[in-house]
Design a protein around this ligand. Structure first.
Ligand code: AMP
Length: 629
C-alpha cells in the first residue's frame, strides 16, 4: 500500500511553458483527503476546463500502465476527473521510460484536486493488483490423483429425470383461450393481406420456418372480435377510451390467446404492453390452480430498466380484472416493501433481471408457478448484460410455459434467446416509420471505404471544427466503438459524453444532462441507450456506423430537426451496409434528398446478389424451433 505520499508512483512537475521539464515540484506535501461525492459542488461555476486558456501547466508523471484506468471506458473516468476537479487533464503521448506525462491546467485548487484524484486512482489500483497476485493458486501438486472421467450422458439423463419430477407435481398449464369471432373466420386471405398492409404494414411469420406448424391466426379488426368471450376485458378497454386495436394488438391478441409463443419486433409507443397484458390477465384467471393457493406469481414480466418496469406496472394497474394484482420489483426500490407484496401473494411480477434474481435466490419469490413469461425489450436487456440473469430465471420456470418477447431490433443475441426459450414462435414486425421526422432534416450520405480509418479521420475532422453553437449526437453500432471514439475525442482535448448500455443509470442521466445544458457539445451513443432521447437543440446527427435497420435510421435522424428547428444528419455508408441501400434510397427520395449515384449502384448489386443467394438456398425444414432442454 502507498500509505506515504512519497511512495506514490505519481511524480509531479510544474512549468509555465509546455516544453520546460526542468523544474520538478517537491512532492512531499501532505495528501488532501479525497472528496468522494461525484460532481457535487463542482458543476455550475466549474463546467469543465477551458480550452486554450492561459493557466499554468502542471505536468505529472504516472506509470504508463495506469493510463487506461485514468482515461476510463470511453474517456468516462478522465471526464469525471475533469468535472470533479475543474482542471483540464491532458494525457499526453509523451513518455519517459515506463511513465507517461499528464498535463494539468486550471486554477491552483483545480490542479491540486486533479493531481490528488489521479494519485488516489493509481494508489488504489496498485494495491488491488497486488492483492490479486497474492491470491494466485499454489502450483499443482504432482502427486495429486488423476482427475475422474465424468459420464456426462448419465448426468444429463439424471438431470432430465429430476426436472420431469419437479414439474410433474404441478397442475398442467392451460394456454388456449381463443374463440375466433365469425367475422374474423370469414375474412379471406386477400382481406387479411390488405388489412395487414394498411395496419402499418405488419409482417407476421413463424420465426423458424417449420412445415409442421399450425397456421398463424388471422388478425382481429376490433376489440369485440378479440375479446367477445371476455366482457370484463371489453369494459376495461372501453374505460380506457381506446377506439381501435393498434396494429401489433390486432395480430398479437389472436396469437397469444391461442397459447402460441410470440416475438413482437416493436418499439415503445406501438401499444405492445397491452398486446401482451390483456391475454396475460385471461391466462391467469384461466389456470386450473386456485389463485389463492398458488405459491407464486403466474405471470412474470422482465424489463431492462427501472423506468420501463415502472411504466409497465402503471399500465397494468390501469386494468382491473378479477382482482388480479401486480408488483414492480427493481433495484433501488424498497426491497422490504417488495418482499412484503411478494409474500402476501401476487399474480403478476414486473421486474428488472438483477433484483428478480436477488429476490428469487433469497427465497422471497418462487418462479416455478410462472406459466406466462414476457421478456420486454429483449435487445436492450442483452445490451445491458442481463443475459446470465435471464437464463438463470428461465431455467427455473416450467418449459411448457407460454413465452412472449418484445424487441425493437432483431440481432443475433435476441435470436439465440428465441431459439433457447421459445417453442416455434410467431413473429410480428411492426413498422414505426415516422417519416415526418425526417422532413426537417438535411440528410447527407457520405460513401466510405470499408476500413475504419477514413471514417475516423472524417469524424475527427468534423468534431474539431464544430461551431460553439452546434450540438452533435454520433451514433455507433457497438459499445466498444462508442468508448473508442470518446477516448480519442478526449485525447484530442474535446469534451464529450457517452451513453450506452454498459454505463450506470446515473452516468447515463449525467450524460444527457451534460449535452442538454451544453456542458458538452458531443454525445456518443448506441441505439439501445438512446431510445426516447429528447433534446431540442441537436444540430447534427452523425451515423458513424450505419444502423442495423431502417427504422433505427429514421429514429436517429429524428433526434435532430426538432421543435421546428432544422437539422442535419451525416451518415457514413460503407459497402458492408449495402443491404440497407434500397430502403435508405426510398427514405431519401421520399424526403426529396440528394441520393449519391454510388448508393443506387449498391442497391442494384445487392438485389442481384440476394436473388442469386436465395436461388441457391436449399429448401426444406428450417432451424429447429423447440426448446433446448
Ligand atoms: P406502449 O407501446 O405499450 O408503451 O403503449 C403506448 C401508449 O399507447 C400507452 O399509453 C397505452 O395506454 C396506449 N395504447 C395502448 N393501446 C392503445 C390503443 N389500442 N389505442 C390507443 N392507445 C393505446
Amino acid at each position: 500500500m502507498y500509505d506515504d505520499w512519497n511512495e506514490s508512483p505519481v511524480q509531479t512537475q510544474v512549468f509555465t511553458n509546455s516544453s520546460d521539464y526542468s523544474n520538478w515540484r517537491d512532492n512531499s506535501q501532505p495528501r488532501r483527503p479525497r472528496d468522494d461525492r461525484r460532481n457535487n459542488g463542482y458543476r455550475g461555476g466549474n463546467r469543465g476546463p477551458r480550452r486554450g486558456g492561459n493557466d499554468d501547466v502542471t505536468t505529472i508523471k504516472v506509470p504508463s500502465k495506469f493510463v487506461g484506468r485514468i482515461i476510463g471506458r470511453g474517456g468516462s473516468k478522465v471526464n469525471d476527473l475533469q468535472f470533479e476537479s475543474g482542471a483540464k487533464i491532458n494525457i499526453t503521448k509523451e513518455t519517459e521510460g515506463d511513465e507517461t506525462f499528464i498535463k494539468l491546467s486550471g486554477s491552483n485548487d483545480a490542479v491540486s484536486k486533479a493531481e490528488s484524484l489521479i494519485r488516489e486512482l493509481t494508489i488504489e489500483r496498485e494495491s488491488y493488483v497486488r492483492e490479486v497476485k497474492e491470491e494466485e493458486p499454489p502450483p499443482q501438486d504432482e502427486t495429486q490423483e488423476e482427475p475422474k472421467i465424468v459420464d456426462w450422458r448419465s448426468v444429463f439423463a439424471k438431470c432430465d429425470e429430476m426436472e420431469a419430477e419437479k414439474w410433474a407435481a404441478l397442475p398442467p398449464i392451460k394456454k388456449e383461450f381463443y374463440f375466433e369471432h365469425p367475422e374474423v373466420a370469414s375474412m379471406s386471405e386477400e382481406e387479411i393481406e390488405a388489412f395487414r398492409l394498411e395496419s402499418n404494414n405488419i409482417v407476421v411469420e413463424r420465426t423458424f420456418k417449420n412445415e409442421d406448424s399450425k397456421p398463424i391466426p388471422k388478425p382481429v379488426v376490433t376489440f369485440e372480435q378479440a375479446f367477445h368471450k371476455y366482457p370484463d376485458i371489453l369494459k376495461e378497454i372501453e374505460k380506457a377510451g381506446f377506439t381501435t386495436p393498434s396494429p401489433i394488438q390486432s395480430q398479437a391478441w389472436p396469437v397469444l390467446l391461442s397459447g402460441e409463443d410470440l416475438i413482437g419486433i416493436a418499439q415503445t409507443g406501438t401499444g405492445k404492453t397491452l398486446a401482451f397484458l390483456l391475454p396475460a390477465l385471461i391466462h391467469i384467471e384461466g389456470q386450473n390452480i386456485d389463485r389463492s393457493k398458488r405459491g407464486g406469481p403466474a405471470v412474470l414480466v422482465m424489463a431492462p430498466t427501472r423506468e420501463l418496469a415502472l411504466q409497465i406496472d402503471k399500465e397494468v394497474k390501469k386494468y382491473e380484472y378479477k382482482g388480479i394484482t401486480a408488483v414492480c420489483i427493481y433495484g433501488g426500490g424498497n426491497r422490504r416493501e417488495q418482499i412484503k407484496v411478494l409474500t402476501d401473494g401476487v399474480d403478476i411480477v414486473i421486474a428488472t433481471p438483477g433484483r428478480l434474481n436477488d429476490l428469487a435466490e433469497a427465497g422471497h419469490l418462487e418462479v416455478k408457478y410462472v406459466t406466462y413469461v414476457v421478456l420486454d425489450e429483449a435487445d436492450r436487456m442483452l445490451d445491458m448484460g442481463f443475459e446470465p440473469q435471464i437464463r438463470k430465471v428461465m431455467y427455473s420456470i416450467r418449459p411448457t410455459r407460454q413465452t412472449v418477447m418484445t424487441s425493437a431490433t432483431w440481432p443475433p443475441g435476441v435470436r439465440r434467446l428465441a431459439q433457447s426459450y421459445m417453442v416455434d414462435p410467431i413473429q410480428i414486425y411492426v413498422g414505426t416509420l415516422d417519416l415526418a421526422a425526417t422532413h426537417t432534416v438535411t440528410q447527407i450520405i457520405e460513401m466510405m471505404p470499408d476500413d475504419d480509418e477514413e471514417k475516423f479521420r472524417t469524424f475527427m475532422n468534423f468534431a474539431t471544427n464544430l461551431d460553439p453553437s452546434e450540438k452533435v449526437i454520433a451514433f455507433c453500432g457497438k459499445k466498444a466503438r462508442a468508448d473508442e471514439l470518446s477516448t480519442e475525442l478526449t485525447l484530442a482535448g474535446l469534451q464529450c459524453q457517452t451513453i450506452h448500455g454498459d454505463r450506470d443509470q446515473s452516468d447515463r442521466e449525467q450524460a444527457l444532462l451534460d449535452i442538454a445544458d451544453g456542458t458538452v457539445q458531443i454525445l456518443i451513443a448506441t441505439d439501445v441507450a438512446s431510445r426516447g432521447l429528447d433534446i431540442d437543440d441537436i444540430t447534427h446527427v452523425i451515423n458513424y456506423d450505419f444502423p442495423r435497420n431502417i427504422e433505427e435510421y429514421v429514429h436517429r435522424v429524428g433526434r435532430t430537426g426538432r421543435a421546428g428547428k432544422s437539422g442535419k444528419s451525416i451518415s457514413y455508408f460503407t459497402r458492408g451496409d449495402w443491404g440497407q441501400a434500397k430502403e435508405l434510397i426510398a427514405i431519401l427520395e421520399e424526403a426529396q434528398q440528394y441520393v449519391p449515384e454510388e448508393l443506387y449502384k449498391m442497391a442494384d448489386r445487392y438485389s442481384t446478389w440476394k436473388e442469386k443467394k436465395d436461388a441457391s438456398r436449399p429448401s426444406g425444414r428450417g432451424r429447429g424451433g423447440g426448446r433446448r432442454w
